[in-house]
Each structure stands twice: as C-alpha cells, then as structure tokens.
Design a protein around this ligand. Structure first.
Ligand code: ISE
Length: 299
C-alpha cells in the first residue's frame, strides 16, 4: 500500500514532493522508487524538517504511535484505515488532536472518493428516505495470517464507514454472522461473514464480506430508498489496488490540496473512532455467535 501511494505521489498527484519513505525493511523502502530518500524509521521521517505531511500505510497496530508523532510535530497526516485497533487508542488520538489549534488528521476511507460511490451518494436524495443498504465485499484471496477478526477490522471497516456516510447516521448495533466457512479459507478462519448494521435512525445495512472468494475482487452496494434504488455496480478487478486506483488518486490529490490550503477535507479522527467502535462491536458479535452488540456512543 505504501509503495502504491509513493508512486501515486510522484506520478499522479500534483502539489507535493515525495520527501522520503520509511519501512521496517530498509531494502524494501529503497526499492520503491529509484533514488528515493529512505529514512531509518517512521519517527525520524515524521520528525524531519524536510517533511510537511505524512501518509501512513503501516499496519494498524503501528498507527497510534505514528499519528501521535505527526500531531505532536504539527504535521498533516493521512492515515490508512483502520485508524487503530482499539477504541481506547482512537480516543487518545481524538483527545491529542483536540488540544491542537486545528485538526491535522484524515483517515483513509477512500471509498468516499470513488466515482461510483460519489455518484451513488449524489443520487440518494432522489431515492426517497434511505431504508436499506446491501453490500458485497469480496477479495480473491487473503494471506494465511488474515484472521477472522482482521476480516472485520481491516475489510468490513470499509462498509462501516461507507454506511455511516451514506446514511449520514451512526451505527447503533452490529451483528456478524458466521455461515459455513469456505474450505478454501485458512483453517479456523471464519470466511465468509455476514454483517448486519442497525442504524440509529432505523435503517439497516447488510454486508457479505468474503476475502477468499476465489472469484475476483468485487465490491457492490445497493441503496434502497422509499421510492427508488441505486447501485454501485460490481467492477471485478484483480485486487483492491486496481479496483480503487481512481479513488486513491482522487483521495490523495484532495488531501494534498487540502493540506496546502490549511484544512482537513475528508473523514477525520472522529470518523476513525466511530469505525473502530463499530468494528470492536463486530468482533464481539463474531465471537458471540452473531449476537447483536451495541456500539457505544463516543461522540
Ligand atoms: C485491504 O486492506 C483494503 O483496504 C481493501 O480495500 C479491502 O478490500 C481488503 O479486504 C483489505 O484487506
């Protein structure tokens, strides 16, 4: 993901210069782009006077320390989803940013920038009151290390954010059901999963998330209103980097432009906290046979 963003920043985004990259494996960092500056650590990159803004694409467990360092250094930051893996860590980031003169952090929920999703968002007023969302989220395959809980925290989290955005509402409860697992999923991994979000305003969203589908990378969404429905159609692709390349390009260009003008123009830390809270509820439901779990209000 980081390498993809580095190439995006140097070839498809205007208004920024790639000041350097960091990776726990220096050899991998140096291979991203010929001649790219490699920092010895994420924190040394964040602290550098040559760096004004930071795009974080490390694993979720590393995000709290790195986002905190960006906030402390007064650096703009775009942090890939999930913001963090626990509600407590997300709350610490929200509190740290609240102490600053202005918000600095954006969370990488890129589907809000995907042309098909922004078209659907624009059609919502014509559908009447939004009642239901039906989502499909399939990967071809996932690494053997991708656990049942990561399917919720790293994959389903996209539907968590997109449902909050499309409904303009909070998720009140989450139920994650476990159909018969695919024999092609790693042993012990519950894949597929079916999630049901009950929104605070009464709407319901269903999601099939299937990360070892073998079929293709496929994301769909149907919005059902009182008078009409509209779709994000399936656009099968080899993987998410291909399917959502336009979304990432638009998202990162908008982020660079917003930083240059002194504001955060996309989902912020409060959105990241809300998504982490819903994901935590989803993991608890998954572990409890699909029992609906209330999402605590952290607003
Ligand atoms: C990955 O991290 C993403 O963000 C993709 O959009 C998602 O489809 C995939 O399941 C995740 O692992």
């Amino acid at each position: 993901m980081g390498a993809d963003h580095a190439r995006r920043l140097t070839s498809r985004v205007t208004g920024a210069v790639l000041a350097g990259v960091s990776d726990p494996f220096p050899g991998r960092a140096g291979a991203v782009l010929p001649g790219v500056r490699v920092f010895s650590s994420a924190l040394s990159l964040i602290g550098s006077a040559d760096v004004d803004a930071v795009l974080i694409a490390s694993p979720g467990a590393a995000h709290e320390e790195q986002v905190l360092a960006c906030l402390a250094a007064g650096k703009w930051v775009l942090c890939e989803k999930p913001l963090t893996l626990t509600v407590a860590s997300a709350q610490r980031l929200v509190a740290a940013e609240a102490a600053l003169p202005r918000p600095l952090a954006q969370v990488g929920f890129m589907r809000r920038f995907d042309p098909a999703y922004t078209r659907l968002h624009g059609l919502l007023p014509s559908l009447g009151r939004l009642l239901l969302l039906h989502n499909i989220h399939r990967n071809v395959s996932a690494p053997a290390s991708f656990t049942s809980e990561m399917i919720v925290r790293d994959s389903l989290v996209h539907e968590v954010d997109i449902c909050r955005w499309l409904f303009a509402d909070e998720i009140a409860s989450v139920s994650v059901l476990s159909p018969a697992a695919s024999g092609l999923a790693p042993s012990g991994v519950q894949d597929p999963q079916v999630a049901i979000f009950r929104m605070a305003g009464g709407g319901i969203a269903t999601t099939e998330v299937f990360v070892n589908s073998q079929v293709g990378y496929e994301v769909r969404c149907e919005a059902v209103g009182e008078t009409d429905s509209a779709f994000v159609p399936a656009s099968p692709a080899p993987d998410f980097l291909v399917r959502f390349a336009p979304a990432y390009d638009i998202e990162v260009q908008a982020w660079v432009s917003a930083c240059s003008h002194g504001f955060v123009g996309g989902p912020g830390l409060q959105d990241g906290l809300a998504a982490t809270a819903a994901s935590e509820a989803g993991v608890r439901s998954l572990r409890n046979g699909g029992t609906p779990v209330a999402v605590r209000d952290f607003s």
